[in-house]
Design a protein around this ligand. Structure first.
Ligand code: FAD
Length: 243
């Protein structure tokens, strides 16, 4: 069955880190696109050959914008990268969705551990109001977001996470740099791969639910560490950013 697509217009776009662009879309007919934080949309690019589809996690913080935002990391020669890094405001894209199951479940963990590399942090950004609400409702809940990037200049959306961490002591945000030597680390900054941060988390199998999003290599490594620790695969939700 053919996938139902609809046109969306580029409302605005901006560079948020070297090689990373944030793009905001609105439905061309003006109607809203409802989504559950953590879901993604799929873009359908015209092609004479087989269909070209690429998916992007929704980055919009609900309540702050009527647009559907996403962040794309540039891949040299990549079909979508070359189109989306050379596109003008007002251009139309064919979109389907939202899709996806990387959403906060209701199965009541005591701690959510939300791990990402690069643009993989965007679904967690969209979850921020929901996370805030859940923390207010459940005084035993804790949430930790681990973001992995190469260096300081590659980090983005950091202020959104720090804003919640400053007001909610049971929300933690930790930023890992795989290629930065820190001489003046802020309290949320660490050296190394994001999965190195697992050592300090004191995993508790009965209490923790782990989410992994972004680079497939990180996800495979982190998943293996979690299984080795004793988590079941159902306790580790994964979204690999592959074409
Ligand atoms: C559910 C889902 C959500 C996603 N969300 C996002 C998102 O929010 N932001 C985002 O930037 N991407 C996201 N992706 C990845 C995105 O869909 C595209 O795969 C990506 O933008 C590359 O597309 P492209 O057409 O530019 O490159 P392609 O033409 O697909 O690939 C170009 C070249 O790069 C290689 N390549 C493909 N992917 C990678 C990779 N991850 N690392 C290194 N080399 C690679 C290919 O093998 C090929 O050689 C998501 C993927 C999925 C499945």
């Amino acid at each position: 069955m053919a996938i139902q697509t609809f046109p969306m217009t580029i409302a605005w776009q901006k560079t948020i880190a070297p090689g990373v662009k944030q793009i905001a879309l609105t439905k061309t007919d003006g109607s809203p696109l409802d989504f559950i934080p953590g879901q993604f949309i799929t873009l359908h690019f015209p092609s004479d050959d087989k269909p070209i589809r690429r998916s992007y996690s929704i980055a919009t913080i609900p309540g702050t914008s009527d647009t559907i935002e996403f962040a794309i990391s540039y891949l040299k020669g990549g079909v979508a990268s070359e189109i989306l890094f050379n596109i003008d405001d007002g251009a139309e894209l064919e979109v389907s969705g939202p899709y996806g199951r990387l959403v906060l479940r209701d199965d009541d963990p005591k701690r959510y551990i939300l791990v990402s590399t690069g643009t993989g942090v965007t679904p967690y950004r969209a979850m921020l109001p929901q996370i805030k609400h859940r923390l207010e409702q459940d005084e035993n809940l804790q949430v930790v977001v681990l973001q992995g990037v190469r260096s300081r200049e590659d980090a983005f959306f950091v202020e959104d996470f720090l804003a919640l961490a400053e007001t909610q002591p049971r929300f933690q945000f930790k930023l890992f740099y795989s290629r930065e030597t820190l001489t003046d680390a802020a309290p949320h900054e660490y050296e190394g791969y994001v999965q190195n941060g697992f050592d300090r988390l004191n995993f508790t199998i009965d209490d923790d639910l782990v989410y992994l999003c972004g680079n497939p290599g990180m996800i495979d490594d982190a998943f293996a560490i979690c299984l080795e620790f004793g988590f079941s695969s159902q306790q580790v939700r994964r979204e690999k950013y592959i074409s």
